[in-house]
Design a protein around this ligand. Structure first.
Ligand SMILES: [Zn+2]
Length: 396
């Protein structure tokens, strides 16, 4: 992944302001917006776009900014009602699809396709932003393909995915590709200071350890608890001295990840349940006809899937931190001279580096990869983490 060259840019304004280090992308999108305003007959504009980029690079932000700019009478001023509602998802002609589920099924896609076929009510276009297009199921992709192949005249699809290869070739080949690059640490630190009012020292630290992930950098900059938890994870490699330590650490990590998930879901679950109950007309009597029970069960299933995904995301962050640790160990061992990510943990890094050969650090990196794949394949989180920590400890 190439690194963006620009640290800060004077040219970003309006809806594009926060798309740091993406000057080339912004230029392409702006040209499309301009050509649209001039009648849309140039090749700069098209009806299906695919935004790709590593997690945290801001691909969905770029798609949303583009959606707003396409609707805004001034091409994305960032201040008018059109821009504000389009960015927040409240604009009637901008549909934002974000999912906490592991997949986007065919029914959901069919709803979108129906919406895509409708004429815009207020805006100039009907814009559909699908944030996790890589999660669209195969049958969903078939339904999507038809709409992309024979688009309604004023419909624009904006799909987002980590990689172009995450979409089936038939859909991919009909989209114009917009590739976001990993923002530099300096650009992220600057954004944290400007947008989130983070002090320079914390902003620099958060940008360095987040390794190009803007959302992660922001979370670390804003939460001392998040910073402390990260520091604890990075102590694991020197603390896994016996089997007991491995097992108890694995249990703690999984518990903390569930706590992270329920911090997000508890309130949300209750709210969704209340909304659904009301929609189904369940009175104070609490009577539940069979179809109501089925609808509630379906909601519960979706909520369970969401909690599971959030827990997995939290464990994935742990794996990312551990990866950065062993990367630093390798740098120290090989004298490669690259900058360390975990400067604050230099003692632990040097301790591990001195105690084992580089082959062992490489084996640890492999073990982390295996664990990540196991979690993706729905192996029980506790088993996956136990197995990882035992591998890292070198006692097995
Ligand atoms: Zn505007």
């Amino acid at each position: 992944m190439r690194q963006a060259e620009d640290v800060s840019s004077d040219t970003l304004s309006g809806v594009w302001t926060d798309l740091i280090g993406q000057d080339r992308v912004v230029e392409v999108l702006r040209r499309a917006v301009d050509s649209r305003a001039e009648g849309g007959n140039t090749r700069a504009m098209t009806h299906a776009w695919l935004f790709t980029g590593p997690p945290g690079s801001g691909r969905s932000n770029a798609a949303r900014a583009f959606a707003a700019a396409l609707q805004c009478p001034s091409g994305g001023c960032g201040e008018c009602n059109t821009c504000i509602t389009a960015l927040s998802g409240a604009h009637p002609d901008v549909t934002l699809v974000r999912t906490e589920q592991l997949s986007i099924g065919v029914d959901e896609v069919r709803d979108l396709v129906r919406r895509a076929a409708m004429s815009p009510t207020l805006g100039r276009l009907q814009v559909l932003v699908v944030e996790d297009a890589d999660r669209v199921t195969e049958r969903g992709a078939d339904a999507l393909l038809k709409s992309i192949e024979e688009p309604a005249p004023r419909t624009v699809w904006l799909l987002c995915a980590p990689n172009a290869e995450d979409l089936v070739a038939t859909v991919r080949s009909r989209c114009r590709l917009v590739e976001l690059s990993t923002p530099t640490n300096a650009a992220i630190a600057e954004l944290l200071q400007r947008r989130d009012r983070i002090d320079p020292v914390t902003a620099d630290f958060a940008a360095r350890v987040a390794q190009g992930h803007i959302g992660r950098a922001r979370a670390l900059a804003r939460s001392e608890e998040a910073r402390n938890r990260r520091a604890e994870v990075l102590q694991l490699p020197v603390r896994l001295v016996n089997l007991g330590a491995c097992l108890s650490s694995a249990a703690q990590l999984v518990e903390a990840a569930s706590a992270d998930a329920s911090a997000v879901t508890t309130e949300l679950d209750a709210k969704e349940r209340a909304v659904l109950s009301e929609a189904l007309g369940m009175g104070a009597t609490g009577a539940k006809p069979r179809n109501v029970q089925a609808a509630l069960r379906e909601l519960e299933d979706q909520q369970k899937a969401r909690a599971k995904r959030l827990q997995r995301d939290a464990l994935d962050r742990v794996l990312t931190e551990l990866t950065s640790f062993y990367r630093d160990v390798l740098i120290v061992q090989t004298g490669a001279g690259a900058e360390l990510i975990n400067v604050e943990q230099i003692d632990a890094v040097e301790q591990v580096a001195a105690a084992s050969p580089p082959e062992e650090a490489v084996a640890c990196l492999d073990a982390i990869l295996v664990c990540r794949k196991a979690l993706e394949a729905n192996v029980a989180p506790l088993l996956a983490m136990e197995s990882l920590l035992i591998s890292l400890s070198g006692i097995a």
